[in-house]
Design a protein around this ligand. Structure first.
Ligand SMILES: CC(C)(COP(=O)(O)OP(=O)(O)OC[C@H]1O[C@@H](n2cnc3c(N)ncnc32)[C@H](O)[C@@H]1OP(=O)(O)O)[C@@H](O)C(=O)NCCC(=O)NCCS
Length: 72
């Protein structure tokens, strides 16, 4: 059973610019919201990006949600 999803995409900031990851979509099965699945997916995604040596993650989303994971 799929309870949630998160995806990281390789992107480049301008032609020949620095590499980064774009995060999204992040989504959790509606009936399972507020159970910590979204937070677990976010922490895992950020930790994996760091482990693989990526230097930056960009996203478009609600600051009150993503701020808790260190995004501004
Ligand atoms: C956003 C989403 C992934 C969070 O998943 P989750 O498993 O419920 O997340 P967590 O359990 O880790 O955190 C839930 C907390 O985040 C808060 N929250 C959820 N969406 C929020 C938002 N857009 N802005 C601020 N807070 C938000 C909830 O109110 C809840 O607060 P609480 O812990 O005080 O009860 C999920 O609500 C979802 O799939 N939403 C629809 C898709 C979506 O909006 N994705 C993000 C696109 S930017």
């Amino acid at each position: 059973v799929v309870v949630g999803t998160v995806r990281l995409w390789d992107v480049r900031l301008g032609e020949g610019g620095p590499a980064a990851l774009l995060l999204g979509p992040l989504a959790v099965e509606p009936g399972l919201k507020s159970g910590g699945i979204g937070s677990a997916l976010m922490r895992h995604a950020v930790a994996e990006a760091a482990r693989l040596g990526h230097g930056a993650i960009l996203l478009v989303g609600d600051a009150p949600y993503y701020g808790r994971f260190g995004f501004s």
